[in-house]
Design a protein around this ligand. Structure first.
Ligand SMILES: Cc1cc2nc3c(=O)[nH]c(=O)nc-3n(C[C@H](O)[C@H](O)[C@H](O)COP(=O)(O)O)c2cc1C
Length: 194
């Protein structure tokens, strides 16, 4: 093959994000009972039976500690209109800030797990911690889906599935936020001085 067709890179963090990724807010609660939220772009489906969602969480993240304390979490899928609050939850730490209170997010009482879900997010997966794997800088956290909450107004007419015309998820691509309609902003745009 002609070498000029492809430029070859050794590892570069930036190029990991050529993988478009659903960007979620994961809610959790530790033994103290104070709930927290962490934004995660490294999220995917790991298995359908058992139904597993994977999250790569930095080994020193406060939220990882909380997830291990209670053994559960909720994966909340924001819509593309929720880029600001998603970015903010990924820019401050629950060690210092109550993200539900300061972010004006409503904790909903989950049915199967202790962690609350985020009422404002259209889709919420209640998960129990199935396994976590040490991968180096991050742990691969696998959550077994126990229940799924979906806003009724985002469902199709049969009320069985999501209607893509009604729910436009927030996607990360090349360290920027995109909707399925196009680019919204770069990551950490909430840190910009106004
Ligand atoms: C768009 C975006 C995506 C992120 N993805 C991840 C991720 O996949 N894994 C991770 O450990 N941290 C990720 N972060 C960083 C955490 O969300 C951030 O460090 C957060 O403040 C941790 O919150 P905590 O200290 O309350 O646990 C991301 C941040 C942003 C803004």
């Amino acid at each position: 093959m002609n070498d000029s067709v492809k430029k070859v890179f050794s590892y570069d963090y930036r190029h990991l994000w050529a993988l478009p990724a659903t960007t979620v807010m994961v809610s959790c609660v530790g033994k103290s009972g104070s709930p927290n939220i962490i934004t995660i772009a490294a999220c995917g489906v790991a298995s359908s039976s058992p139904p597993l969602i994977s999250l790569a969480i930095g080994v020193n993240q406060y939220s990882l500690r909380l997830i291990k304390e209670t053994g559960d979490f909720v994966v909340n899928v924001p819509s593309s209109e929720q880029a600001y609050i998603t970015d903010w939850c990924g820019s401050v730490s629950g060690r210092y800030v109550n993200k539900f209170v300061e972010g004006k997010l409503t904790p909903g009482r989950s049915i199967k797990v202790k962690s609350p879900y985020i009422v404002e997010c259209p889709v919420n997966y209640e998960c129990t911690l199935w396994k976590s794997v040490d991968c180096g800088s991050h742990e691969l956290v696998l959550g077994e889906v126990q229940l799924i909450h979906i806003d009724r107004d985002k469902l199709d007419d049969s009320e069985r599935g999501l209607d893509p015309a009604k729910f436009n998820p927030l996607v990360s691509f090349q360290q920027e936020y995109w909707s399925l309609n196009g680019r919204i902003a770069e990551w950490h745009f909430t840190r910009r001085r106004v």
